[in-house]
Design a protein around this ligand. Structure first.
Ligand code: NAX
Length: 329
């Protein structure tokens, strides 16, 4: 039998975890032939309820799921992992500022970064979902010197999916015909959902949707504030759509990207597009498969877009400053 891919998921007992585990186990990420093993991390008080989720995983009798284990110790959960999906942390609650969230969740990623360094498999790839995901990824990476720079990702795929859906609805086309949408920058209100390079059935989106004001006045704020709108309507933060975006992120990295598109993920900047090297910044990316990727070069960035890209840089630098006591050597 093919060796299983070992996937560690933190915060596995939370609402995103509940929507994520079953889809990984069903083959939605690595395909219908590839066995998977799940290695779940939770805080000690959440282990009993995670036990119930594990019973449900057993009761699904997924043919591809070879093994599930749960632990409250990061080095156990990350042992030999090929992929680590960092979901565990507090979601932002009403009245909480971004700064509060950074300080609440940041410390989790020092220990988890060290545990990834010490225990994960030699080819591990790490996707950070827990917010503020770019900066949590920066913290974890700084404690894991053994894990190469091209193995770290923070999730902006939910923003990309939200952007694609808004464009499709406005144009009255199926969302699958919308391609080359990019989220630049931070997973926050400063993100730039780039519609100018997006295409609908191969044609520039801006020549299908000719109402330029819609893009600037409605589209950009709708995408950037969508998470808040979901919280307001649902009374809880996005969960199924966030889990789906985590699935999309790993699947996009694992399988080669079709030539007519790209996808968004935050990665360790190599200085592309004038983004300071080392920041965890979202770019248009293409994968060659099995987690080997590159930033798409030569995507048009006009003066307006440049200002928006720079706003993300400035915010990420200030977030890095706010957690500098949590960064490794
Ligand atoms: P929940 O509160 O439902 O679940 C979080 C889980 O993490 C809980 O079960 C908790 O016990 C666990 N946890 C807390 N500290 C832990 C630690 N040190 N080690 C392991 N597990 C720990 O939140 P949920 O709605 O699942 O959201 C999880 C995270 O995703 C939040 O930080 C949230 O802000 C973030 N999100 C990120 C998104 C993105 O696009 N990047 C979108 C959705 C979501 O808001």
């Amino acid at each position: 039998m093919t060796t299983p891919i070992r996937v560690a998921v933190t915060g596995a007992g939370g609402q995103i975890g509940y929507a994520l585990l079953f889809r990984i186990a069903s083959g939605a990420v690595f395909g219908p032939e590839q066995p998977v093993a799940l290695q779940l991390l939770e805080i000690t008080p959440a282990l009993p309820s995670l036990g119930g989720t594990i019973m449900e995983l057993e009761d699904c009798a997924f043919p591809l799921l070879t093994d599930v284990k749960a632990s409250d110790k990061a080095d156990v959960a990350f042992g030999d992992a090929d992929w680590v999906i960092l979901v565990g942390g507090l979601p932002r609650k009403d009245g909480m500022t971004r700064a509060d969230l950074i300080r609440a969740n940041g410390p989790i990623f020092t220990g988890q970064g060290k545990a990834i360094n010490d225990a994960a498999g030699p080819n591990v790839r790490v996707v950070t979902v827990a917010n503020p995901c770019n900066t949590n990824c920066l913290i974890a990476r700084s404690h894991a010197p053994k894990v190469a720079a091209d193995r770290w990702f923070a999730m902006t795929m939910l923003d990309q999916n939200r952007a694609s859906a808004q464009i499709a609805m406005k144009a009255g086309v199926p969302v699958g015909s919308v391609k080359k949408v990019t989220i630049w920058g931070n997973h926050s209100d400063t993100q730039y959902p780039d519609y100018k390079n997006a295409v609908i059935a191969g044609v520039p989106a801006t020549s299908v949707i000719t109402d330029a004001a819609w893009f600037t006045d409605t589209f950009i704020p709708t995408v950037a504030k969508r998470g808040g709108a979901v919280i307001k309507a649902r009374g809880a933060s996005s969960a199924a759509s966030a889990a789906n975006a985590a699935i999309d992120t790993v699947r996009n990295l694992y399988h080669p990207t079709p030539a007519d598109t790209w996808f968004s993920t935050a990665v360790v900047s190599d200085g592309s597009y004038g983004v300071p090297a080392g920041l965890i910044y979202s770019f248009p990316v293409r994968s060659k498969g099995e987690g080997n990727w590159s930033i798409v070069p030569d995507v048009a960035v006009d003066d307006d877009a440049r200002k928006r890209l720079d706003a993300g840089v400035a915010e990420l630098i200030s977030e890095r400053e706010a957690v500098k006591d949590l960064l490794g050597p």
